[in-house]
Design a protein around this ligand. Structure first.
Ligand code: TRP
Length: 345
């Protein structure tokens, strides 16, 4: 198959309360990738409106996620940071993807079933077609690698299926237009492992979530040092001291989660953490965890607040990113139009 230039694409929805799970599960990896690869990081506002959003809050959330990207360490000079709605190619290509993907493929998507719940008839068509838009996001830049959480794996498989079917269905036209034997790469998921799956501080069997009604279940990226400390102190635990071996965490989801968080925040393994803290009571371990959490997260929260105080600067970052993204997207849109058989004017 044709060779494609290595390019990373990922995105996050601008829907309130970014938390420790977003940071440890996604952003840290994005920052790492940015050091050696070309990366595009998108604020996926078109995805956000698949469920109802309050316009003023959506605007705020778009700026807040952008601020979080920058505060966490993404460099808008190096990587492209922008919001999806400002590059029309996303919506344009999504239409073509809609016409390539099959109903049967979308009917299998578990995230739609979860999000639509019982009242499926009343879900938006956009929520149903969401995976096609996600495929378009990735294919628009002919991205080769996509860092995502486990929950997005099925959407990545759909993206690959769409790319493959487009390449097959239009093989002759792709060759005639000078693109060789494949126009779209089949993007590889870079799946974040279970070590970076951050669970609720109130229930170690549930993912940390922005929609959990209890704010004590999560550490928000905007929480100040006192709030972080309070939430760690109140985190659910069990009565036993920490084990010395990872084995001993197996049936103790809350202990496992706190150790995993500590490990991720200090760039260590759970083994390392238990070597230092095995045998400790939770009170002592939580004190150490507060220290590392505050050291790592409070500066991000401070920087977010500073950035949010100057929305014009954030908007300028997005405008610059969108302009650069458009330059990359346009040749794909033009080529897809040629390949599909549209007359271009
Ligand atoms: N669906 C992703 C999520 O909810 C967000 C997303 C949209 C995305 N488009 C993308 C992620 C493209 C990676 C690549 O997490």
């Amino acid at each position: 198959m044709a060779q494609f230039k290595e390019l990373i694409f990922s995105g996050m929805q601008p829907t309130g309360n970014l938390h420790l799970g977003n940071y440890l599960g996604a952003m840290i990896r994005w920052i790492e990738l940015q050091k050696t690869k070309d990366c595009i990081y998108c604020v996926v506002d078109l995805h956000a409106i698949t469920v109802a959003q309050e316009p003023a809050l959506l605007k705020k959330a778009i700026r807040e996620v952008t601020a979080a990207y920058i505060a966490a360490g993404l460099d808008p000079k190096k990587s492209i940071i922008f919001n999806q709605s400002q590059v029309s190619g996303h919506a344009e290509l999504a239409w073509v993807v809609n016409c390539v993907a099959r109903l049967g493929w979308l009917n299998r998507m578990t995230q739609f079933k979860e999000k639509a719940g019982k009242d499926r008839e009343n879900a938006s068509v956009g929520l149903y077609a969401y995976p096609d838009l996600m495929a378009a996001d990735i294919l628009l830049y002919r991205a080769t690698h996509v860092p995502v959480g486990e929950d997005q794996k099925q959407h990545l498989e759909l993206t690959r299926d769409v790319a493959q079917k487009f390449n097959n269905d239009f093989a002759a036209s792709i060759a005639e237009n000078g693109f060789g034997d494949a126009f779209f790469p089949l993007p590889e998921p870079l799946i974040q492992g279970p070590a970076t799956r951050v669970m609720s501080l109130r229930d170690g069997s549930k993912k940390m979530s922005k929609s959990d009604p209890s704010d004590y279940s999560r550490i928000n990226l905007t929480d100040d040092a006192d709030t972080i400390a309070q939430k760690v102190r109140k985190a659910k635990t069990d009565p036993e001291p920490l084990p010395s071996e990872v084995e001993g965490l197996k049936t103790r989801p809350e202990a496992e989660n706190l150790v995993a968080i500590y490990a991720a925040l200090t760039d260590a393994t759970a083994e390392n953490v238990l070597r230092d803290h095995g045998g400790s009571q939770f009170s002592g371990f939580k004190t150490a965890l507060v220290d590392v959490a505050v050291a790592k997260l409070a500066p991000i929260a401070d920087e977010m607040r500073r950035l949010m105080a100057d929305p014009a600067h954030i908007d300028a970052v997005l405008a610059d990113g969108s302009a650069r993204a458009r330059v990359l997207a346009q040749p794909t849109i033009d080529a897809v139009k040629d390949i599909v058989g549209f007359v271009r004017s």
